[in-house]
Design a protein around this ligand. Structure first.
Ligand code: ATP
Ligand code: MG
Ligand code: MG
Length: 568
C-alpha cells in the first residue's frame, strides 16, 4: 500500500538486500545522553528505525556515552521514552558505548602493538598547533616513533591514573600530511578524572567519540551506519579504525543532510541553555522543539512521522518550512480528535426570552434534535455527536439563559466583509441550537462591549428560520454550566528565521510565544483526561495539558490552528 520510498539510502540498502550482501539489515540510532531529543533526532529515528522495518531488519538504540561530563541517567530514560512514544522498538536491550569500554581498551592496546597508535605527551595547545593547516603539513610529535613497549607502558599509566587531564592522550598513527585533518593522527583516548553514569569510577580514560563510534557499530554488526553530513570527513577514519581492528564484515557509513526547520533550534546544547536559564518551563515546555515538548504540545507521533516522510532523505542541506510540520500535525488530527466548544475570549450574552422560548422546545424542535429539559437547572441538554464520524460517540451540551460567545464574534463597527454579529446584522445561528438575535449591547466606560442582550427564535431549534436567511454559525458555551479554563496560545518561540545564527539567544526570542487566556469550556472538556486532544470548534486543535490539567482547573494547550493557506 505504501509507495516505495526512493531516497538514496533506501536505494543503496535495496541493492544490498538484492545482492544478499548481509544476512540481515542492522541500523542503529546513537544519541549521546546529554540532553533531550529534538525534531532533528526525529528525522534520524524515522530513518534508522524506518529502514530497518521496511527491509526486515532491526535497529539498535545505542547511547554514545563517551563524554561523562555532560551525560546523565535522566537523559537516558527520557530518550527511551521518546523513541517509544514515536512508535519504534529497538532490538533487545538498549546498548551503551560504555558497555564496550573493556573491548575498546583492548583494541587500543592492539593498535599500539600493531604500531598504529602512540601516547602523546604534548600539551593540547601543542597538539593543535602541530596539526598544521589545510595547505601545510603537520609536525610529527616527538613521541610518534617511541617504541611499542614505551607506548604500552604510557597507555597503562594513563589508565592507572598517573596522568592529569591534558597531560597524555592516545593518538592513532596515520598521516600528519593528510589533506583530511581528521586523519592527522586523531586523538582516540583521553584522560578524564570523572565518574561515569554507567561505569562509575572504573575508568579515568575515555575513548573519543570518533574511535568508539565505528567500533561500536562493528561490534553490534551494524550494516548501514547512517549519520548526518558533517561526519562525511570522518568516514576515512571510521573505515581506518574498523579495518585496523580487523573486522571481516565492516559496517559502512552513509551521510544524509540534517533536518533544519525555520524558527526552530535543533541543538541539545542550545536548548539546554533555554532550560537552564528558565527561558522556558523545562525540556518539555510545549514551545520546545524537543520530542518531550512537542508531545506535551499535543503533536502526534503519526504527524511527526508523516512530516519526516514528506521531508525525505537527501544529501542537500536545506531549511524546511515550519508550516509543513504544522500541516502534517493538523492532518493527523482531523479525523481522530473529537470536537467540542470552548470560548477563548468570553463575552456574556443574556437571552431575555429564554424561559418562554424553551417552554415550547419539544413541540417546535426538528426531528434531528435530541435533547432533554432539566427543570432544576433550567437547562436544555442537547445531545451532540463528537465528530461527523459517529463512531466517536456523543455528549450532552447544556444550553442556558446566559451564554458566552467570543468577543471577536460581535463588532460595533465591523470591518468590510465581516460575517458575524454587529448592530446591522444582529442574527446568527448558535452551533447546534437556536438562531440568536442581539437586541442590545452593554458598554463599559471605555466604550468596550462587555455584554449582550439577545433573544432566540423558538421555531429555529434544528429548523431554518421562517421567511429569511440567517448567515453564519458561531460557537458558544453556557455561562452557568461552562467551566473556566486556562488556554495557552502559542506562537513560534523564536522571532528570527535562524535562531542558531544569533549569538545571544535572548535576542532571538519571540516575546509573544505564549499567551494565557481565561476561557470558558463546555463541561465535557473539563472532564476530559489529561492528554486528550480536541478540535475546539472554529478555534483549532487543543490538548488537555498532561502536567497541569484537572477537572477543577482545566488547562489546554493549543496544538495547531484549524487551517492555514500553506499547501505542501
Ligand atoms: P546535538 O548537537 O543536538 O547534540 P547531535 O548530532 O550531537 O545533536 P546526537 O545525540 O549525537 O546529537 O545525535 C544522534 C543522532 O541523531 C546522530 O546520528 C545525529 O546525526 C542525528 N541528528 C542529530 N541532529 C539531527 C538533525 N538536525 N537532523 C538529522 N539528524 C540529526
Ligand atoms: Mg553527537
Ligand atoms: Mg551534540
Amino acid at each position: 500500500k505504501d509507495e516505495q520510498k526512493n531516497d538514496f539510502i533506501r536505494n543503496i540498502i535495496r541493492d544490498d538486500v538484492k545482492a544478499q550482501k548481509y544476512p540481515q539489515i542492522v541500523t542503529r540510532f546513537p544519541p549521546e545522553p546529554n540532553g533531550y531529543l529534538h525534531l532533528g533526532h526525529v528525522k534520524s529515528i524515522c530513518l534508522n528505525f524506518g529502514v530497518a522495518e521496511e527491509f526486515g531488519g532491526v535497529c539498535n538504540l545505542r547511547f554514545d556515552d563517551t563524554n561523562p561530563t555532560a551525560e546523565k541517567q535522566d537523559y537516558i530514560d527520557n530518550i527511551k521514552n521518546d523513541v517509544e512514544w514515536l512508535g519504534f522498538e529497538w532490538a533487545g536491550e538498549a546498548h551503551h558505548a560504555s558497555g564496550y569500554f573493556d573491548q575498546l581498551y583492548a583494541w587500543a592496546v592492539q593498535l599500539i602493538e600493531q604500531g598504529d597508535a602512540y601516547v602523546d605527551l604534548q600539551s593540547p595547545e601543542q597538539i593543535k598547533e602541530n596539526r598544521g593547516s589545510f595547505n601545510e603539513a603537520g609536525t610529527a610529535s616527538p613521541q610518534r616513533d617511541a617504541s611499542v613497549e614505551e607506548n604500552l607502558k604510557l597507555f597503562n599509566d594513563m589508565k592507572e591514573g598517573k596522568f592529569a587531564e591534558g597531560k597524555a592522550v592516545l593518538r592513532a598513527k596515520i598521516d600528519m600530511a593528510s589533506p583530511n585533518m581528521n586523519m592527522r593522527d586523531p586523538v582516540i583516548y583521553r584522560v578524564m578524572h570523572q565518574e561515569h553514569h554507567q561505569t562509575g569510577d572504573k575508568w579515568c580514560i575515555y575513548p573519543m567519540y570518533d574511535f568508539a563510534h565505528p567500533l561500536s557499530d562493528a561490534l553490534e554488526g551494524i550494516t548501514h551506519s547512517l549519520c548526518t553530513l558533517e561526519f562525511e570527513d570522518h568516514r576515512p577514519f571510521y573505515d581506518w579504525a574498523v579495518e585496523k581492528v580487523g573486522f571481516d564484515v565492516p559496517p559502512h557509513q552513509y551521510e544524509f543532510s540534517r533536518l533544519n526547520v525555520d524558527h526552530t533550534m535543533t541543538s541539545k546544547r542550545k536548548l539546554k541553555q533555554l532550560v537552564d536559564e528558565h527561558i522556558v518551563s523545562g525540556w518539555d515546555d510545549p514551545r520546545m522543539p524537543t520530542i518531550a515538548g512537542m508531545r506535551r504540545r499535543g503533536y502526534t507521533p503519526e504527524g511527526l512521522r508523516d512530516f519526516c516522510e514528506r521531508v525525505g532523505v537527501t544529501k542537500v542541506d536545506s531549511v524546511v518550512d515550519f508550516r509543513l510540520l504544522e500541516f502534517s500535525i493538523r492532518q493527523s488530527l482531523e479525523t481522530t480528535t473529537a470536537r467540542a466548544m470552548a470560548v477563548l475570549k468570553p463575552l456574556k450574552v443574556t437571552i431575555t426570552n429564554f424561559a418562554e422560548a424553551v417552554s415550547s422546545w419539544e413541540s417546535q424542535k426538528a426531528d434531528s434534535v435530541n435533547a432533554r429539559w432539566d427543570d432544576d437547572a433550567q437547562t436544555l441538554w442537547l445531545t451532540q455527536p463528537n465528530h461527523p464520524n459517529v463512531d466517536m460517540g456523543e455528549r450532552e451540551i447544556p444550553f442556558t439563559e446566559t451564554l458566552y460567545i467570543d468577543q471577536g464574534d460581535y463588532e460595533i463597527e465591523p470591518p468590510a466583509g465581516y460575517k458575524r454579529l454587529s448592530p446591522e446584522k444582529p442574527e446568527i445561528r448558535l452551533r447546534n441550537t437556536y438562531v440568536l438575535a442581539v437586541t442590545e449591547h452593554i458598554l463599559d466606560d471605555a466604550g468596550n462591549v462587555v455584554g449582550l442582550k439577545a433573544t432566540i427564535d423558538p421555531a429555529t431549534l434544528g429548523n431554518n428560520p421562517e421567511g429569511r436567511k440567517v448567515k453564519g454559525v458561531i460557537h458558544w458555551v453556557s455561562a452557568s454550566q461552562g467551566v473556566p479554563a486556562t488556554v495557552r496560545m502559542y506562537e513560534q518561540l523564536f522571532s528570527v528565521e535562524d535562531p542558531s545564527s544569533v549569538a545571544d539567544v535572548h535576542q532571538a526570542l519571540n516575546p509573544d510565544s505564549l499567551t494565557e487566556l481565561n476561557a470558558v469550556v463546555e463541561p465535557s472538556l473539563a472532564n476530559a483526561a489529561a492528554g486528550t486532544r480536541f478540535q475546539f470548534e472554529r478555534e483549532g486543535y487543543f490538548i488537555a495539558d498532561t502536567a497541569d490539567h484537572s477537572r477543577d482547573k482545566p488547562v489546554f494547550n493549543q496544538i495547531v490552528s484549524l487551517r492555514d493557506s500553506y499547501k505542501p
